[in-house]
Design a protein. Sequence first.
Length: 255
Amino acid sequence: MIRTPSSDTFSWAAASLIRVRSPSRIGTPAFRAMSRMRLAAPGSSSKKNGVEDEPSIFLHVQGHEAEWRHEDGWPLSRAKATTFKVSDDLTLGDTAGKGKTVYDSDPTVGAESIAWDPWSSGLAQSRPWDQSRDDAQSLAITGERLDEALDVLGAATATLDLDATAPVTVSVKLADVAPNGRSTLITMGWKEIGAGKSVFDVALRPTAYRLAPGHRLRLSVALADFPRIWPNENATITLRHAGTQLVVPTAKPAK
């Protein structure tokens, strides 16, 4: 949730941050927290209550040591674009591989991540929050363990270079992988493409999320995200590693 003050009321812009995740109540919608904020009364533009003097952005950073935080703007000026390339052993890092990976569609992908969807009000709380099974049925590319905490702040972009045997909807997800293998959804995006060779960007939804030290960043590519989108059956893609990369706006956690 991003809060921006206007002349006499707040305008509320919901990006990917419309869900609060806290140790006490994971999954509480952030819009329920609005009642705890100081709102200027309608029609009271002449009355000052201090809101106009606060920083323009108030957002919730999810994940490790989750917190509400003031920022001076959005996108954050202190966030830098970090590029992750795809090696031939399907690791996210600094070195691009020269090989290819073939992936066949699996129509069941998506079922494990619907329990944690930052943009859905119809959550299945009885479902497991661990989406590692979805990752295993996707083309998963995982980074090295982090030496220190890392904030993802803004909209990541995945550039994919691939061949498709049929028109497909490509699903791309970014996940936080814990040392025990548990995978937590950070953000996602989709792109419809035609058959044949394609090089294209998939814009992932904006987010604010902190990965803990020892955790890993994972990029997953699939041809289904059921029930959000209808799966592609009997389709195959061939991903070229050299032309594929992930660009993520990152920053060290604010002091």
